[in-house]
Design a protein around this ligand. Structure first.
Ligand SMILES: *[C@@H]1O[C@H](CO)[C@@H](O)[C@H](O)[C@H]1NC(C)=O
Ligand SMILES: *[C@@H]1O[C@H](CO)[C@@H](O)[C@H](O)[C@H]1NC(C)=O
Ligand SMILES: *[C@@H]1O[C@H](CO)[C@@H](O)[C@H](O)[C@H]1NC(C)=O
Ligand SMILES: *[C@@H]1O[C@H](CO)[C@@H](O)[C@H](O)[C@H]1NC(C)=O
Length: 466
């Protein structure tokens, strides 16, 4: 009969130590726990993966991959310290799990518990916690992975293991700098379905023919989220949101841009970023009035094809030789009746439609890919990828112009779809509809900003999966 007793005698010095012995490394083997100055075993009655997770975490060995009974890694020696161990998974140490009192059991060593842990994986020196050099913890130390055979399938496994979504790229050749210490793995071959890198086929731990200049890295889709928050830009004191003095947000402050080198190509990028059509002019000399400190940017140098001003060639923020009578401005064409706003480029964002000279939003009731198809086509933004509702790109402002738009997907403009009467709805701005398009169909203009991560990898597969 299995009764559950609370742990009676936690050592005063803190959680009881554990170790895995008789396995190939310190993250695999028979589980032993240190109590009363003696190492002892754990009985497999009730033993399961949750307990293995707790043990692996306690050892800094990643997650539990299997919880094995029946003395798979050999029979230990007395004492048998724990029996009927029941963990919730929240415990920081095995000794915090419920079990029979220490030393109380009805087991023999043929029932000794073993654990296989994934070995911890981390990403080092990337631009975010979701990219970097792959390092794996093994036998008490962090080491790297050699890029021989390293590819997207392996990167996929790593990204999943570290909770960073799917893989965008599998950079080789110490792209994220050279690691130090052991090169733990070489010739990694993954099927792609493994829960952990250490479950892929690998040459034996520490055996390799590599140097650290071959350290493998990954870039995961978790990286794309960062790119969703481009530097904010606004146009101030013009006749609409699509003309005025340019101001950029940096370090929690709005500041101006100096007109040295300011030209139409620069303005083009700003108009695109704001969903304001194309650039009409790029006035300097504080044409829309003088702003206030700081002057954030000077000598901005865009090609005109960038998706956001931060992708242009910039000097350091705040580095300038200007006064506010040189503040740069932008006048955009302002598109006629449809725009995507608050996204990272003109081909993704909250849908806004112009009616009676007023921009308003569209409610997400019945909103879907057919609608996105029409919107992307109308804006010359290629194919639809995603038609999110629930104000995915922020809440808009009144009016809410449309609800329950019915499109077949073949229309050339949203206004050709069947709409209920304008302004009639039962929605709130938390339901604002958005669209994300591939942007590829813009002639010669890559829709940067959304589709490319910091390292230039395409993020669209990540988006398609959302
Ligand atoms: C693990 O490290 C110890 C030293 O810390 C070493 O003696 C042992 O050989 C290592 N085992 C493996 C499998 O690398
Ligand atoms: C980090 O990566 C860069 C390359 O992106 C490299 O130059 C640098 O040495 C790396 N630093 C460390 C500490 O690995
Ligand atoms: C990665 O390499 C493995 C083993 O060589 C192979 O089976 C797999 O198809 C490769 N994946 C890609 C995306 O090339
Ligand atoms: C707005 O722009 C006009 C010129 O168009 C300028 O005279 C005025 O000072 C500006 N106002 C502010 C608050 O910047």
């Amino acid at each position: 009969i299995n009764f559950f007793f609370p742990l009676l005698s936690l050592p005063v010095s803190g959680p009881a130590q554990v170790r895995l012995v008789n396995g190939p490394d310190s993250c695999t083997g028979r589980l032993e726990v240190f109590y009363n100055s003696t190492w002892g075993t754990v009985c497999d009655d009730h033993w399961n993966l949750v307990g293995a997770h707790v043990v692996c975490r306690q050892l800094g060995c990643g997650m539990g991959l299997s919880a094995i009974g029946g003395a798979r890694y050999g029979r230990g020696k007395d004492p048998i310290w724990l029996d009927n161990v029941q963990c919730t998974g929240m415990e920081a140490a095995l000794s915090e799990c419920r079990a029979r009192p220490w030393g109380t059991h009805n087991c023999g060593h043929g029932e000794d518990v073993s654990v296989v842990c994934s070995g911890e994986v981390r990403l080092v020196n990337g631009s975010s916690s979701c990219s970097g050099r792959v390092e794996i913890f093994h036998n008490g130390s962090w080491g790297t992975v050699c890029d021989d055979g390293w590819n997207m399938t392996a990167a996929e496994v790593v990204c999943r293991e570290v909770g960073c979504g799917s893989a965008l790229s599998a950079p080789a050749g110490a792209t994220f700098g050279q690691g130090a210490g052991q090169i733990w793995l070489d010739d990694v071959t993954c099927a792609g379905t493994e829960a952990a890198l250490s479950l892929c086929q690998v040459s034996s731990w520490g055996s390799h023919n590599c140097g650290h200049r071959e350290d493998a890295g990954v870039e995961c889709s978790g990286n794309c989220e960062i790119h969703l928050k481009p530097t904010q830009v606004r146009l101030v004191n013009g006749s609409s949101r699509c003309s005025g003095r340019i101001e950029v947000h940096h370090n929690q402050r709005w500041g101006t841009v100096c007109d040295d080198g300011w030209d139409l190509a620069d303005a083009e990028v700003v108009c695109r970023q704001l969903g304001c059509g194309t650039a009409v002019s790029a006035p300097g000399k504080a044409m829309f009035g003088q702003g206030h400190d700081p002057v954030w940017l000077d000598e901005v140098n865009c090609m005109g094809t960038e998706g956001a001003i931060t992708e242009c060639n910039l000097k350091r923020w705040g580095d300038h030789n200007c006064k506010h009578d040189e503040d740069a401005s932008v006048v955009c064409s302002d598109p006629t009746e449809l725009r995507l706003v608050n996204g990272p480029n003109r081909c993704a964002g909250r849908v806004e439609v112009l009616h009676h000279e007023q921009w308003g939003t569209v409610c997400d009731n019945d909103w879907g890919m057919k609608h996105a198809k029409v919107v992307c086509r109308q804006l010359g933004c290629g194919a639809p990828i995603y038609a999110p509702g629930w104000a995915r790109f922020g809440r808009g402002y009144d009016p809410i112009w449309l609800e329950k738009v019915t499109c077949s997907g073949t229309e050339s403009a949203l206004s050709e779809c069947t709409v209920q009467s304008w302004g009639q709805h039962s929605c709130h701005h938390g339901e604002d509809a958005s669209v994300v398009c591939t942007g590829k169909a813009i002639s010669g203009v890559p829709a940067t900003g959304l589709w490319y991560s910091h390292m230039g990898s395409i993020c669209s597969s990540f988006w398609a999966g959302l």
